[in-house]
Design a protein around this ligand. Structure first.
Ligand code: PEP
Ligand code: MN
Length: 341
């Protein structure tokens, strides 16, 4: 519910209404405007009629329902775009004029591999390093990730390059460990609706990158962001990574519509992953350019110094040279649309 205060309502009236909202068992989210204040009441929707009675309180003009089910992720309560900063010094920001590029291998394979790739992507202009230590693989016989050792190697790569680290967590039991090593926690497509995991990352205070599920609607995706935010963690970045369609020429269909829709539906930044979105290295650059032209707030790209030998997703991984070329062209498009890389 939205409690719209009268023009000129006093501070005391606003405070009292906030207290009433809390007494009714809701969280209060005040938005102080120049002309008037609006207070969001977030919580169990069964108590709607009790909230409606706030219309009788001093200073209240009216009480209206929030129309979207994603109250915290939506724009009704939060008009300005969120900026989510990661890493020491919080210099890498999603949602600002600059478009951060996250790059690295699909999975961490060893110290030499991760250091080689981290240094190469940094040189080309990446500002964060990706790499999976826990891998969600379709086959149980495929490499499942170096797990704890992989996390240690990512930390070593961060020390060597200064790049903040983005890595996936698949289960709550290792969340604390992943938090110790990561600057941003990735929730992969396959876990987008693992609601217990979403609640768990909602309790931490580190930025989360929530990838879109393989066959999930934008609304479901925003409800998953809402799960995280409802637990208190507002630092959520969305990542479009392609969805399942009837098309077989590509691994997934990168849904660039989502960028345009999300720009109007949410204040959360949107990163695009053209690697999983296409599945083939030859299509990655074109889709990266298109994503930036459409308004993406970040890119995440898989890079490997020897894609043929990569332990996973080699076919969609760019070489460092291809990545450097991509960045140069992405920078031109970014400038054309008033952004920078
Ligand atoms: C990944 O980023 O390595 C990954 C597994 O992506 P997704 O969850 O989008 O398939
Ligand atoms: Mn991958």
């Amino acid at each position: 519910m939205l409690v719209v205060m009268k023009r000129g309502a006093s501070r005391r009236e606003i405070r009292d209404v906030e207290q009433e909202i809390k007494d009714l068992g809701y969280k209060s989210h005040p938005i102080i405007g120049v002309e008037r204040t609006v207070i969001g009441a977030i919580g169990d929707e069964r108590g709607k009629t009790r909230l409606q009675s706030l219309e009788l309180s001093a200073g209240v003009e009216r009480v209206i329902p929030i129309l979207k089910p994603y109250k915290l992720a939506g724009v009704e309560l939060h008009k300005e775009k969120s900026r989510i900063a990661i890493g020491a010094g919080r210099k890498v920001v999603f949602g600002g004029r600059k478009i951060p590029v996250i790059a690295g291998p699909c999975c961490v394979e060893g110290l030499d591999q991760i250091l080689t790739i981290a240094k190469a992507v940094k040189k080309a202009g990446a500002v964060a390093l990706r790499g999976g230590a826990y891998k969600p693989r379709t086959s149980p016989y495929s490499f499942q990730g170096l797990e704890g050792e992989g996390l240690e190697l990512l930390s070593r790569a961060r020390e060597a390059t200064g790049l903040p680290v983005v890595t996936e967590v698949m289960k709550e039991t290792v969340l604390d460990l992943v938090v110790d090593h990561a600057d941003m926690i990735q929730i992969g497509a396959r876990n987008m609706q693992n609601f217990d995991l979403l609640k768990a990352v909602g309790q931490i205070r580190k930025p989360v990158m929530l990838k879109r599920g393989l066959a999930n609607t934008i609304r479901e995706w925003l409800m998953s962001a809402e799960y995280i935010m409802s637990q208190g963690n507002m630092q959520v970045v969305l990542c479009e990574r392609g969805i399942r369609t009837f098309e077989t020429q590509t691994r997934n269909t990168l849904d660039l519509n989502a960028i345009a829709v999300l720009k109007r539906e949410t204040h959360l930044p949107v990163v695009v992953d053209p690697s999983h979105g296409t599945g083939y290295s030859e299509y990655v650059e074109d889709m990266a350019l298109a994503a930036v032209a459409a308004g993406a707030d970040g890119l995440m790209v898989e890079v490997h110094h020897d894609p043929h030998e990569a332990w996973s997703d080699g076919s969609q991984s760019l070489t460092p040279e291809q990545f450097a070329r991509m960045i140069k062209r992405v920078r031109k498009v970014a400038r054309a649309v008033g952004r920078d890389v």
